[in-house]
Design a binder for this molecule. Structure first.
Ligand code: PXP
Length: 250
């Protein structure tokens, strides 16, 4: 069954818009995570950014203490955050680019350029019992490098697919091209022994098209769920998404 990881960063984005620096305020990302779990989410994802623009250290600590499913900590491969992760012990970390230099042309992590550093971080995480996922574009060289550095998962960057999905942006043909790249990337990763997640820009409208991509284990979805939650509540937003995800071919 295709799993749903709910990214609650933007709950904190709303809170920080009013309460930045105050150490309290609403809405609470931990409450949102618990509501998502109660509605059937399989995991919670949060990104502790070096600039702390949304999720704060206290949020991560409370998520670790209170959620019952899996915590996926999104993070840069930066010494401060690596050391927080090793203490926090999320079930999995997803390494993402935060600085321009870490980004490939398609917007994922440049695993090829950072192979040595990422190999070291993967080893440290795995030694601490933490699985590692790398957020990469569907680029054959990046996927090969992801297997070499010792990651257990890749998360395929679906941002371009999501952008191209709406014809006004760049036309149907573009979306088809990106979909074919995602399909090839998932097959390549699977053949290399990597498990395959996907995320960025996914919503109830574009998911059915994405389901042509094989071998998907988990989707990480944030913005569309938090947006929908503003209108119908987090529980209903998660249930709606899970109902769409049931159609992923087993
Ligand atoms: N996966 C990764 C690695 C991300 O960085 C993000 C955005 O924080 C997401 C998934 C979720 O993207 P969205 O908020 O567009 O659903």
């Amino acid at each position: 069954m295709l799993k749903l990881g709910v990214n609650i960063d933007h709950v904190a984005t709303i809170r920080e818009a009013r309460y930045r620096g105050l150490g309290h305020g609403e809405p609470c990302p931990v409450a949102a995570a618990l509501a998502a779990e109660a509605a059937g989410a399989h995991g919670i994802t949060a990104h502790l950014r070096e600039d702390r623009r949304h999720i704060q250290d206290r949020d991560i600590q409370r998520l670790r203490e209170q959620i019952k499913t899996r915590l996926n900590l999104e993070m840069a491969n930066a010494p401060e955050i690596v050391s927080i992760a090793l203490k926090l012990k999320p079930e999995i970390v997803c390494l993402v680019p935060e600085r321009r230099l870490e980004v490939t042309t398609e917007g994922g992590l440049d695993v090829v350029a950072a192979e040595k550093a990422l190999t070291g971080t993967c080893r440290k995480m795995n030694d601490a019992g933490i699985e590692v996922s790398l957020f990469v574009a569907p680029d054959p060289a990046q996927i090969d490098a992801s297997a070499r550095v010792g990651a257990q998962f890749i998360e395929l960057h679906t941002g371009k697919f999501a952008e191209d999905f709406y014809p006004a942006a760049s036309g149907k043909r573009q979306a088809e091209i990106e979909l074919q790249r995602l399909i090839a990337g998932a097959k390549q990763a699977h053949a290399l022994g990597l498990q395959v997640n996907a995320g960025h820009g996914l919503n109830c409208e574009n998911l059915p098209a994405l389901f042509a991509v094989p071998h998907l284990v988990e989707l990480n979805i944030g913005h569309s769920l938090v947006s929908r939650a503003v209108l119908v509540g987090m529980g209903n937003a998660v249930r709606e998404m899970l109902a769409v995800m049931k159609n992923y071919p087993a």
